[in-house]
Write a protein that binds this ligand. Structure first.
Ligand code: AMP
Ligand code: ZN
Length: 136
């Protein structure tokens, strides 16, 4: 299903032009308009799924295969020193466009980006409690 009001549906399906790196029946890979680093790209499924929770298993599995292929190619072509895959779900996680997408972010030594988190100390009890919640 596609959503006429969704900008990534329109980009993925070619209604809005983009800097396309790869396209097949199911996906389009484009350069991010406001890149974190040189070569920052997005994998967009052509079908509309709001986020990872809604993504069909088959799409989820194919998106990772495509991410791997793109990362290998981009590493060779861009000579980047590292690579981050980032995927945001929900406003609290920084999602701004509510059509599933996976960020492909080449990293360069001293690129000035700080993608990551601040580690917080936890206790044995807290870890045990959250483990039980998740698996329970
Ligand atoms: P997120 O915060 O994970 O939802 O990421 C949305 C990303 O989409 C951001 O990195 C934006 O720079 C990027 N973006 C938004 N609109 C466009 C567009 N028209 N073309 C390419 N990238 C876009
Ligand atoms: Zn969409």
């Amino acid at each position: 299903m596609r959503d006429e009001n969704c900008i990534f549906c329109r980009i993925a399906n070619g209604e809005i032009p983009s800097k396309t790196l790869y396209e097949d029946e199911e996906f389009r890979v484009i350069l991010d308009l406001q890149p974190a680093t040189r070569g920052h790209a997005l994998i967009l499924p052509k079908e509309h799924h709001r986020n990872l929770y809604d993504l069909p298993d088959e799409t989820a599995s194919r998106v990772m295969v495509l991410a791997k292929r793109m990362a290998v190619r981009m590493k060779d072509k861009l000579n980047c020193h590292g690579f981050n895959l980032i995927q945001n779900n929900g406003e609290a996680a920084g999602q701004t466009v509510f059509h599933f997408h996976l960020h492909l972010i080449p990293r360069y030594e001293n690129d000035g980006q700080t993608l990551g988190w601040k580690p917080v100390e936890s206790t044995e009890g807290e870890l045990e409690e959250v483990k039980d919640i998740i698996i329970g």
